[in-house]
Design a binder for this molecule. Structure first.
Ligand SMILES: [Zn+2]
Ligand SMILES: [Zn+2]
Length: 360
C-alpha cells in the first residue's frame, strides 16, 4: 500500500545490520500534523552512531535521517504554520509536551530540553506506540511545531544540513554570546564545526578554528575563520591563553583528548561548550584546570523553533553556503554516505537527493 497508508524508506533492521528497502506505517494523523513528501535529507554523524548501535538505540527497525527537506502534501485541521505545496524542513526533534503551564522548558522557548522530547527517528510516540521514522524515506509526518518554512533563497541541498548540524552550532553560539567584540574558538572542523565557523562569522564574532593538524587550515580560512590553531604543534596554546570568550567543541572522538589546554584559552569565566557526543567514556577534568580562569563547562542540545527560524533567516540574509556533497538516495548511495561519514571522509556534509528517482 503506498502513501498515505504506508511510507517507503531505507531501514536498518537491528544494530549493525545493513540498510534494507522497507515500508512502514506512520503515526495516526493528528490535527496539528503535516505530511511532507521528502526531496532531500542530510546525513548526520548521529545516523552512524544510531545505525551501529553505538548510542544504545533500543527501537528497531531504524529509518535514519533528521535533516529533512520536502514539500507539504497534507495539513491537519488546526495547522497554521505551513500550507500544502510549501517547501519546509524537519530537524532532529519531532515532539515535546509544549505544555506551558506544567513544563518550564516548553514555557521558556526551551522545548529542546523538554523531558518529554522525542527524537525524529528511533523514538516511540507514547500515545499511539508508533515508532518515529526519519528522512531516508519517501515521507515524514510531523507536528507543525517542528516543521520549518525554508526561506526561498536557500538551496534545498545546502539548507538540509542546517536543520541538525547547523542548529547544533547556532543555538550555543547565540546563547553564549557570540557576536561583535567576542572572540570564539570552534574545535573540530567537521559537519557541525564548519557551521560553527560560518555562523560565528555571520554573527559578527572573531572566529578561530581549532583542529589537530594543519590539514584543514585552508578550508577554515576559506570558510571565513580569522585564525587557526593546530593542537599538534608543541606549545600551540601558549600565546593564546586567556584570550577567548567562548569555545564551542564539536569534537567527535575522545581518543587522546586532554581538555586542559583548551580551557586555558578562555578568559575569566569564559565558557567551554561541548556539543560532540563521542561514544564511550567522557573526559577527565581536574579542578586545577578550572581554577586559573574560573572557566565554565557546559553543553547544548539542538535549539528551539524560534532559533531554527532565526538561523535559516540569517543564512538567507548573509548568503551562507554549507559545504555539501550530494549523493542519490539509493541503497548504494545511502550505504556509501554512512560509511564515508563513519570514516570522517566528507567535506563537510552529505545531502541525499534524487528522491523522485527512488520513491514514487
Ligand atoms: Zn544530527
Ligand atoms: Zn515540555
Amino acid at each position: 500500500m503506498p502513501y498515505p497508508e504506508t511510507f517507503e524508506g531505507f531501514a536498518i533492521p537491528s544494530a549493525a545490520d545493513l540498510l534494507t528497502p522497507s515500508q512502514f506505517k506512520p503515526k495516526p494523523f493528528g490535527d496539528h500534523d503535516i505530511d511532507i513528501k521528502i526531496v532531500a535529507c542530510g546525513v548526520c554523524g548521529s545516523d552512524v552512531h544510531n545505525a551501529t548501535g553505538g548510542w544504545g538505540n533500543e527501537h528497531w527497525p531504524l529509518v535514519p535521517g533528521h535533516e529533512i527537506i520536502g514539500h507539504v502534501v497534507r495539513v491537519g485541521d488546526k495547522v497554521t504554520n505551513a500550507k500544502v505545496g510549501q517547501r519546509v524542513g524537519v530537524g532532529a526533534q519531532i515532539f515535546a509536551c509544549l505544555d506551558k503551564e506544567k513544563c518550564n522548558a516548553c514555557a521558556t522557548d526551551n522545548e529542546t530540553y523538554c523531558p518529554h522530547l522525542l527524537d525524529t527517528y528511533g523514538s516511540v510516540y507514547p500515545d499511539s506506540g508508533t515508532l518515529a521514522h526519519g528522512g531516508y524515506s519517501s515521507h515524514i509526518r510531523a507536528h507543525e511545531h517542528w516543521v520549518f518554512p525554508i526561506p526561498e533563497s536557500l538551496q534545498t541541498e545546502l539548507a538540509a544540513p542546517m536543520l541538525c548540524a547547523g542548529l547544533t552550532a547556532y543555538s550555543p553560539l547565540v546563547r553564549n554570546g557570540a557576536g561583535p567584540g567576542k572572540k570564539i574558538g570552534i574545535v573540530g572542523l567537521g559537519g557541525i564545526g564548519h557551521f560553527g565557523v560560518l555562523f560565528g562569522k555571520a554573527l559578527g564574532a572573531e572566529t578561530w578554528a581549532i583542529s589537530r593538524s594543519d590539514k584543514k587550515k585552508e578550508d577554515a580560512l576559506v570558510l571565513g575563520a580569522d585564525g587557526y590553531l593546530a593542537t599538534q604543534t608543541p606549545g600551540w596554546n601558549d600565546e593564546h591563553k586567556m584570550t577567548f570568550d567562548m569555545i564551542l567543541s564539536t569534537a567527535s572522538s575522545n581518543d587522546g583528548f586532554d581538555i586542559a589546554p583548551y580551557l586555558s584559552l578562555l578568559k575569566v569565566h569564559g565558557r567551554y561548550i561541548a556539543v560532540g557526543l563521542p561514544e564511550g567514556e567522557g573526559w577527565k577534568i581536574s579542578p586545577f584546570s578550572l581554577i586559573s580562569n574560573g572557566c565554565l563547562i557546559g553543553s547544548s542540545h539542538l535549539g528551539s523553533r524560534n532559533e531554527t527560524l532565526e538561523m535559516l533567516q540569517l543564512a538567507a540574509d548573509k548568503e551562507i553556503k554549507s559545504w555539501v556533497e550530494t549523493i542519490p538516495v539509493s541503497e548504494e548511495g545511502v550505504g556509501k554516505a554512512l560509511t564515508r561519514v563513519h570514516n570522517n571522509d566528507v567535506r563537510y556534509r552529505f545531502t541525499l537527493v534524487d528522491y523522485d528517482k527512488q520513491f514514487e
